[in-house]
Write a protein that binds this ligand. Sequence first.
Ligand SMILES: Cc1cc2nc3c(=O)[nH]c(=O)nc-3n(C[C@H](O)[C@H](O)[C@H](O)COP(=O)(O)OP(=O)(O)OC[C@H]3O[C@@H](n4cnc5c(N)ncnc54)[C@H](O)[C@@H]3O)c2cc1C
Length: 429
Amino acid sequence: MAQFGQGRAREWCGAHGLPILGPVMNGTVVLVGAGQAAAQCIETLRKKGFAGGVELVGDEPHLPYQRPPLSKKYLAGEVGLDRLPLRQHSFFEQHGVRLRLGRRAEAVDRTQRHVTLDDGSALGYDALVLATGSIARRLTVPGHDLTGVHYLKNIADVDLLRSEIVPGRRAVIIGGGYIGLEAAATLRHLGMEVTVIEMADRVMNRVVAEPVSRYYEAEHAGHGVRILLRASVSGLIDDGHRRVCAVDTTAGRIEAHFVLVGIGVLADDRLARSAGLACDNGVVVDEYCRTSDPAIYAIGDCSNHPSPHYGRRIRLESVDNAFEQGTTAAVNILGGNQVHDRVPWFWSDQYHHKLLIVGLSQGHDRMVLRGDPRQNAFSCCYLKDGELIAIDTVNQARDQMAARKLIAAHAKLDPVKLADASIALKDCA
Ligand SMILES: Cc1cc2nc3c(=O)[nH]c(=O)nc-3n(C[C@H](O)[C@H](O)[C@H](O)COP(=O)(O)OP(=O)(O)OC[C@H]3O[C@@H](n4cnc5c(N)ncnc54)[C@H](O)[C@@H]3O)c2cc1C
């Protein structure tokens, strides 16, 4: 095993016996939240030569793992638990990372610079990284706490959900966002009767253009999934044994053997709030991923960060963002001056279709359809004052690759050329 320090950097002790602020080259970095962002941050710290102590605290019993398969191949039973970890035990061992899994960080003492865990132990830090992710938004209607009401956020949720899967049973999914729809596709594939209830007038309405919503609604209908639009849930019905048996909606009562709730997530900024850090829809950080306390960083789903590209603050829930912010924070902990300024991207797999979203479409003044949804490959391009700001692509990976460069370059595109799918996207500038 390589040799890494485990103690705090005494040579940096300031007047109060606490390390002074500056590049952390030999001290201790504590990361809270053992997910995508933390795993990437650790990898970058070691790659860049950080030789100090690394402590990783995670309240789940698992090594940091990938969540995307949870609504797809892991739910379908096509990949096992062993395929989910982002890095194996040996990686953490070789990189001198002290794992504290199944342990929750409960408080941060910013004056003494230590984190208290739920077993009462305290971990001193020179730099603290909050990578606490997000939490599923809970349903609050009557009956929300009945047995048979599920969420889909972590491995434990999926394991519980999987125990409900029996072909022919009725699943009601509340929420037609990407998690609800991915789960609908998987449950249908497993032979369940699936109904999706969506409040808006189209699925995934917050994240994709209307042609994409309509395409996916038709795909789901074609696979036998019933989608109820403009329908809201007023209560879940008890079968008399504290188990859900139906869902009351504005479109009527729908029988259910179980319910899956996918109505969005909230940033998990609870630890940061209790530590008095600035929070507003997530932990507020600057472009270097630093919180209002310069010794503390926040990365991934839990961070609310400035986007120099879009000129506003954003909070993202995507693997790409967790990965990139994990890298940026590590570089900056080590004294770098790296600005996090990336064009975000996101994917969703439903049936055999690949949806890729690049950029953020809010504020667009024109949407141009490229290609024909009936051909199963098309893109929706969002323009603002002629500049390409975002794109949704369905089974059109080529456009997605070109769009990433064009969006980053603030390229202005000719809408007439853009609408002609025979012209390569890069030639529309
Ligand atoms: C079902 C599902 C499917 C998804 N599919 C896609 C997809 O197709 N494409 C895509 O780009 N993104 C997808 N995502 C989103 C993506 O997985 C997340 O954006 C990403 O995992 C965020 O990484 P993170 O490190 O910020 O948080 P996470 O990976 O969520 O890790 C945070 C961890 O911190 C732990 N934690 C929180 N508080 C504490 C505490 N006080 N003490 C100790 N531990 C704590 C949490 O329990 C959690 O384990 C999906 C997410 C889900 C749930």
